[in-house]
Design a protein around this ligand. Structure first.
Ligand SMILES: Cc1cc2nc3c(=O)[nH]c(=O)nc-3n(C[C@H](O)[C@H](O)[C@H](O)COP(=O)(O)OP(=O)(O)OC[C@H]3O[C@@H](n4cnc5c(N)ncnc54)[C@H](O)[C@@H]3O)c2cc1C
Length: 403
């Protein structure tokens, strides 16, 4: 990885890339890897000195969703099923390409519901989404999770979700992208474009040394998470309308080696993770329907949410106490509403207010491994059409394009 200080040979000399990516969270890294592997020269610019520092990509639950939760959490049936399918594809990609990033490979994950009236719909949605589930008895849960109360649980299932060590995952993505020999990753830099039509950018080091790097690329992808509004506004004078939703997580001093989540609104789910400092296992719990709309992203937890979180964990684990909670923290998700007053959207969004300057936001980390494939394909299509052999249009494409 290059920090700008170590990049003197190229300073003030224009370099050409096929694509520039702003932001090295899970989305930017996945896109960079996909494009570089497909043969394109890619430059990635990350504002922080470290990859994905204090952003959702590393502050999340590290839960590789295999569709179980998301088939249910989205009210609209077909949207829920679509997201669930994308999550399954993304999780399968992580398993296949980066198995080293899977934590506790012998772990199992379980889900449950307190609501008899929802069971038929839950299983119906899973069947439509191709989610794997297998009903289990409450005694299975009791054998995995000491102290669990199964009194309220009307149905429990074994699922195929797994824990991801996000740090290992991004490390593997970085290595894989750089191993192509076509991906440069610059940390500690912000983009300032001098001529957006020609795709020319000047990049400034954010630290005390305001060094400048000049480069050019025909396509730019903005994967800066909630930073997208600021950076796009600064570059193009257009600020996409974003909303921010704060969610809370609790790291709990329990060494369960399996994951469990209750599917119902306001209930909790916990995923085990191995600390890279001492090898101890801890659960990271989050709560459904916890997202609180806030004016701007920051990491301070909302005190009221702490109480709701504790109550939620206690509905599954009645003996849970403050001494079990190692850390309670918040992280902000971003959302792009379709219209004013629209309900919160968990969906993926791509916007292109300025041609070839594409804004992207994912729903879940897991989905990025599916959605970035499609985006990389679309970018590749554009790049191929600018130079080199083109693939012929199908009649229906030609009709849509008016050719
Ligand atoms: C509390 C919480 C829990 C979650 N749990 C899960 C989970 O368990 N499983 C799951 O699949 N998903 C989960 N998600 C969702 C998932 O984490 C996010 O959707 C995903 O990480 C977003 O990735 P991203 O790359 O788009 O953005 P980000 O992670 O926000 O990364 C953006 C990057 O861009 C950089 N950047 C910002 N501005 C600039 C700029 N001007 N110039 C250059 N770089 C810039 C940032 O420093 C950052 O590195 C969770 C999210 C939250 C908030």
């Amino acid at each position: 990885m290059k920090s700008l200080n170590g990049y003197f040979p190229f300073l003030n000399r224009r370099r050409r890339y096929d694509a520039g990516i702003i932001g090295a969270g899970v989305q930017g890294l996945t896109l960079a890897y996909r494009l570089a592997r497909a043969g394109y020269r890619v430059a990635v610019f990350e504002r922080s000195q470290k990859i994905a520092e204090r952003v959702p990509s590393t502050m999340n639950e590290g839960w590789a969703h295999c569709g179980g939760y998301h088939a249910q959490s989205i009210l609209d049936f077909s949207e829920g099923v679509t997201v669930a399918k994308r999550c399954r594809r993304g999780a399968a990609t992580i398993r296949e390409l980066f198995p080293e990033a899977m934590e506790l490979t012998d772990m199992s994950s379980y889900s449950c519901s307190f609501r008899e009236d929802r069971i038929e719909e839950i299983e119906g949605r899973w069947e439509c989404a191709g989610v794997r589930f297998q009903p289990v008895s409450n005694s299975v849960l009791r054998s995995c999770f000491s102290g669990i109360s199964t009194d309220r649980i009307v149905r429990a299932w074994k699922m195929d979700d797994f824990a991801v060590n996000t740090r290992a995952l991004y490390g593997r993505l970085l290595s894989a992208a750089r191993a192509t020999g076509r991906c440069d990753i610059f940390t500690g830099v912000e983009a300032h474009f001098e001529d957006t039509t020609a795709g020319a950018a000047k990049l400034h080091a954010t630290g005390s040394q305001r060094k400048v790097l000049c480069l050019q690329a025909p396509v730019w992808l903005y994967a800066a998470g909630y930073g997208n509004a600021d950076v796009y506004g600064r570059v193009h004078g257009i600020r996409p309308q974003l909303r921010f939703f704060k969610s809370h997580l609790g790291a709990v001093n329990w060494d369960f080696r399996d994951g469990i989540y209750c599917l119902d609104a306001h209930e909790v789910g916990g995923m085990p993770h191995v600390s890279h400092c001492n090898g101890r296992v801890r659960m990271v719990f989050g709560q459904n329907e916890d997202a609180v709309q806030v004016d701007s992203p920051d990491g301070s937890p909302i005190p009221e949410r702490h109480r709701l979180f504790v109550e939620g964990v206690r509905r599954l684990f009645p003996d849970f106490g403050e001494e079990d909670l190692a850390k309670f923290y918040a992280c902000t998700k971003v959302d792009v509403p379709d219209r004013p007053g629209a309900a919160r959207s968990l969906n993926v969004k791509t916007l292109e207010p300025v041609p070839n300057h594409i804004l992207v936001w994912p729903g879940k980390m897991t989905e990025a491994f599916a959605t970035m494939d499609s985006l990389a394909e679309m970018v590749g299509d554009r790049l191929r059409s600018e130079s080199g052999p083109q693939v012929a249009m199908r009649p229906l494409d030609a009709e849509v394009a008016g050719v």
